[in-house]
Design a protein around this ligand. Structure first.
Ligand code: ZN
Length: 218
């Protein structure tokens, strides 16, 4: 069982399932040569792949092209199903920043074969999480910036309002497909600027000074 920590609190929350939305920033969709879908692309990551700020990301032996994807992560605070937008809004209890580490070479291969992305997305240490903040302590306006630095240099830096599908819409949509439960996390997609990481790199991700994480690649 893995937990998330709430910032400035001793409270910890057990993680339920981890859902991810792909292709949610137009410029990132184009940099990978993909097309924009009307509905969000949804996939899962495993809870066992979760690590935290200060931990090491470990390059798996079956890839030479691990990419960083820096993302706003939503924390679901109540059980919902087929939510309307008001219920979806209320169900978002807080948020953090996360890295959806992705094996781009493996993923390209899987895409070509029409296979699921699991092997490219669920390797051990592939999901890095910051502490989370509760919604009432800082209400998101989506004017906030998420960013990632590698060895001190910005690689990703974009405003959340560039998301094609906004948090409430994502939660509402996923709740129409499956039950969402308290403790579930939703990665909301990455902005442009994804690139390969190498052993020894230091990654620092930040959501406008609200939450941050840092880790090294082994
Ligand atoms: Zn992602």
């Amino acid at each position: 069982m893995k937990k998330i920590k709430i910032k400035n609190s001793s409270r910890e929350i057990t993680i339920g399932k981890i859902l991810c939305v792909g292709r949610n920033y137009a410029e990132h969709v184009h940099e990978l040569g993909n097309i924009i879908h009307e509905k969000p692309v949804v996939f899962l990551k495993t809870v066992s792949s979760v690590i935290y700020s200060g931990d090491e990301i470990v390059y798996p032996s079956f890839s030479n092209d691990m990419h960083h994807e820096t993302e706003l992560v939503l924390l679901i605070g109540e059980d919902i199903k087929d939510a309307d937008s008001e219920t979806a809004e209320r169900a978002i209890a807080g948020y953090g920043i996360g890295l959806d580490m992705t094996l781009r070479d493996v993923q390209s291969d899987l895409k070509k074969k029409g296979h699921p992305w699991t092997i490219a997305k669920c390797f051990d240490t592939s999901t890095v999480l910051s502490e989370f903040v509760e919604k009432f302590s800082h209400q998101l306006t989506l004017d906030e910036t998420i960013s990632l630095k590698i060895n001190g240099e910005y690689r990703q830096k974009d405003q959340l309002n560039k998301m094609l599908h906004k948090p409430v819409e994502i939660v509402q949509y996923i709740s129409s497909l499956m039950k969402l439960e308290a403790g579930d996390l939703i990665f909301t997609g990455t902005p442009k600027g994804v690139s390969k990481v190498n052993s020894g790199d230091k990654l620092e991700a930040e959501l406008d000074g609200i939450v941050k994480l840092e880790c090294k690649v082994r």
